[in-house]
Design a protein around this ligand. Structure first.
Ligand SMILES: [Zn+2]
Length: 370
C-alpha cells in the first residue's frame, strides 16, 4: 500500500532551524529536571517547545494528560470538548474545581483557564464543540499529534480515519472501572484502531477491550486507573514530540490498578484493513453520522442544528416556561421537570433525564425551536 507518510519526520529540519536560538534562561530553569533526564535533554526539550498536539475530549483522561503535557512544556495544545463541568466529574477530572462545576463552565473553557495558569508559556486553545465528520479535518489539521480523551468508539474511529487521511500520529486511550488501555498509532506504520477492532475473526475485540458493554456510567471509573493510563499516553506523546520516535513502545499497553496486573502486547497490522490499507474512511465521510447521540449518564445529545443561538434571547423567552433558567457566556441551562436541558451557543443541546431520542427531540423542538 502507499500508506500515508508520518508527518513528524518531514518537519524535523524546519524545527531544528526554528530552535537554533536555543531556549530562554527562564525556560532552561523551568524545565531543568526534565532536561537533566538525558534521553530528553536540551534538544528534546527544544523540540517539545516547538511541537503541537490536539486533544479530543477533556474528561478524566483528557484533563490528566493535558496537565502532564502542559507542565512538560509542549508548545501548543488545542482542546475540543462538547460537555460542561458537573460535581460528579471532580473525583477524577483533575483540572476542574468546585467553582467550575457551580458555574457549569464548558470543559474546554475551564481547562484552558487552568492550563494557562499552570504554564503561561504554552499556547492553549479550548474549543467547545463536538467532533463530527463535518469539522474533523479542519479542527485536527496542523498538529503534530492527536490525543484521544474521548469516551466512545464512534469518535475514536472518526479520529482514526482523520489521522490516516491527514497522515498524523494519534494515541488511543480508554479507561473504565480499574482498567485502562492505550496504543500509539502511526498511520501506515503501525496497526490502526480499525486493525484492532474491525478484523473479522475477532469481532469481539471492542467488547473485550473494555469489558463488554461496561462504561464509566454503569460500572464507575477510578482516578488511579486514569492516572496510570494517562501517564503512559503522555510519555508516548512526549517521546514522539521530543523527536525520539525510536523510543515509542508501539504496543497495546493495558493495566488494572486494582489487581496490579500490567500487560503489553504487540498488535499486527491487518493487511486488508478498511481504514489504513484500503482507505475506506467511512467515519470521516460521515455516511451514517446520527444527529442524535447518547452521551452517557441518562442523557441524549442533539446536534443537528447548524445556526447559532442567541442565549440571552432564549433565556428571556424561557423564563415563563421554567423557573430555573441559568446562563453564562457559553451555555444556557434550564429545568422542565423531570428533565434538564443544557443548550450551547452553536445550537447543540444535551437533554438529561431521558435516554429516549424521541422525547429529547420533542423537548428540543418545544423549548428551543426546530
Ligand atoms: Zn488499520
Amino acid at each position: 500500500m502507499s500508506g500515508a507518510k508520518w508527518r513528524y519526520d518531514k518537519r524535523d529540519i524546519a524545527r531544528v532551524k526554528c530552535s537554533a536560538h536555543g531556549m530562554k534562561p527562564e525556560e532552561l530553569e523551568k524545565y531543568s529536571r526534565q532536561i537533566l533526564f538525558e534521553r530528553i535533554g536540551q534538544t528534546g526539550q527544544e523540540r517539545l517547545l516547538n511541537a503541537s498536539a490536539m486533544l479530543v475530549g477533556c474528561g478524566a483522561l483528557g484533563t490528566s494528560f493535558a496537565n502532564l503535557l502542559v507542565r512538560a512544556g509542549i508548545g501548543r495544545l488545542r482542546i475540543i470538548d462538547r460537555d460542561f463541568v458537573e460535581p460528579s466529574n471532580l473525583q477524577r477530572q483533575t483540572l476542574f474545581d468546585e467553582a467550575d462545576a457551580r458555574e457549569a463552565l464548558p470543559k474546554a473553557v475551564a481547562a484552558e483557564r487552568h492550563l494557562r495558569a499552570i504554564n503561561s508559556g504554552v499556547q492553549v486553545e479550548g474549543i467547545t464543540s463536538d467532533l463530527t465528520p463535518k469539522n474533523a479535518t479542519e479542527l485536527l489539521s496542523g498538529f503534530d499529534l492527536i490525543l484521544d480523551g474521548t469516551d466512545n468508539f464512534e469518535t475514536r474511529l472518526l479520529i482514526n480515519d482523520a489521522a490516516i487521511s491527514l497522515g498524523v500520529a494519534w494515541i488511543y486511550a480508554a479507561v473504565v472501572g480499574s482498567y485502562g488501555v492505550t496504543m500509539t498509532i502511526l498511520p501506515g506504520e503501525t496497526a490502526c484502531l480499525a486493525c484492532l477492532l474491525e478484523s473479522g475473526e475477532d469481532s469481539g475485540a471492542r467488547g473485550e477491550l473494555l469489558g463488554g458493554d461496561a462504561t464509566c456510567d454503569t460500572v464507575g471509573v477510578l482516578q488511579a486507573a486514569v492516572g496510570a493510563i494517562s501517564s503512559v499516553q503522555a510519555m508516548e506523546a512526549i517521546k514522539l514530540l521530543a523527536g525520539k520516535p525510536e523510543a515509542l513502545n508501539r504496543r497495546l499497553v493495558s493495566c488494572d490498578v486494582w489487581s496490579g496486573k500490567f500487560q503489553s502486547i504487540s498488535v499486527e497490522r491487518n493487511t486488508h484493513c478498511r481504514a489504513c490499507v484500503r482507505r475506506n474512511l467511512i467515519y470521516l465521510n460521515g455516511e451514517s453520522q446520527p444527529h442524535i447521540t447518547m452521551c452517557g449518564r441518562d442523557s441524549v445529545q442533539i446536534h443537528e442544528r447548524g445556526r447559532k443561538l442567541d442565549l440571552a434571547e432564549l433565556g428571556n423567552r424561557l423564563n415563563g416556561a421554567s423557573r430555573d433558567v441559568r446562563y453564562n457566556d457559553f451555555l444556557l441551562r434550564f429545568r422542565v421537570a423531570p428533565y434538564e436541558l443544557t443548550v450551547f451557543a452553536d445550537g447543540r443541546a444535551i437533554i438529561k433525564g431521558t435516554k429516549d431520542p424521541a422525547v429529547a427531540r420533542s423537548l428540543y423542538a418545544r423549548y428551543i425551536g426546530s
